[in-house]
Design a protein around this ligand. Sequence first.
Ligand SMILES: C[S@@+](CC[C@H](N)C(=O)[O-])C[C@H]1O[C@@H](n2cnc3c(N)ncnc32)[C@H](O)[C@@H]1O
Length: 416
Amino acid sequence: MHPKALIPLAAQLLARVLRFEQPADALVSAFFRENRELGSRERHALAETTYAVLRRRLLYQNLAQSGKGPMERRLVLLAWAGEPRALEAGTESEERDWLAKCARIDRSSLPAKLRHNLPDWVAQPLQEQLGETEFEALAESLLQGAPLDLRVNTLNFKRDAVLEELKPQGAGATPYSPWGLRLQGRPSLNQWPQFKSGAIEVQDEGSQLLALLLDAKRGEMVADFCAGAGGKTLALGAAMRNTGRLYAFDVAGHRLEALRPRLARSGLSNVYPIQIAHERDERIKRLSGKLDRVLVDAPCSGMGTLRRNPDLKWRQSPQALADLVQRQQAILASAARLLKPGGRLVYATCSLLQAENEGVAQAFDQAHPGFRRLDAAELLLPQVPRAAELVQDGCLRLWPHRHQTDGFFAAAWEKA
Ligand SMILES: C[S@@+](CC[C@H](N)C(=O)[O-])C[C@H]1O[C@@H](n2cnc3c(N)ncnc32)[C@H](O)[C@@H]1O
């Protein structure tokens, strides 16, 4: 494709994404399917430019006020992440002068909002929680891309052996999870023999730590209550050494469908995916009081995953957050009924916001005196020697700027 054509195409893609009707990753994939003539470098330029606008939307919208031409085009020029010669070829000299003027603006002199690029309803509670200095460090980390973490399938493979094989690809061990490897960049994993053989799965180190916190054992009856496409289910099934019974519940059939090929690669046969209508479904009631461990990886605002999904900060709202908190409480209360005495319950989100984390856990405490809180550091310590670094007030609290994971929260209880 002629470099001149790339910028209008990027503006077209951005216009679709900025309607916020669907997740950005789905829209970008659909756009590439429609434009099959794009090569891998061109796709990379379009995707990275779109994500750069989503990350710093407030800044770029502010700067774009001074330019000329359609707004999406101005945003693409400001955030261009492709080759410089495509920008050179695709712009008029007036536009290039304008870009040079924008580049000379000292960004540290801009109002805080144009530096952190978070909506007020997200920024404010985080500022209160962390204080100004640490909030700035967090906000900066949320503007960066995330590394690519892998989980080694310890059912049939050893982390050290897979690490040796993947060292030439730049892999290193993750600092906390004993199952994890970390890569920089975006290699085409699907073609790697280690992926095809089921030795590795893509999974953020934070997600691995949630499975470690549940600590499902051989022969147990376990439920992954909000299993989705089964990232944590696979980790739990391997920890159970492919024994016992692991129920993977979810209301979304298409997500459970996406679990099937992953299960086939993993070699697990102890997993039972079950689509439920809602959290009080009859099929769940039949298991009341029978399970050893239940993980509730609740639907949440996803504010801990902004490095990967920057569109979420513009697609969520305070009203959506309030609705989510209600759903989280209802799901947690239903899931808790499955446990037998002595059983372990873990409630988790990939959010940084107290309302859907500590807030939901405290409401559960008040309504369920028969559940005793467990200390996450104690639970993790046997498998995660540095567990104390990850825990605040007994709860797992992962932060991108402190731990280089996505933002996660988890609280654990034992049923009396
Ligand atoms: C955070 S995602 C789960 C991610 C998944 N555990 C993983 O590791 O890949 C939350 C999931 O909760 C599911 N969900 C929403 N409402 C639910 C409900 N009432 N009962 C069970 N699952 C629900 C959503 O469909 C979504 O797949």
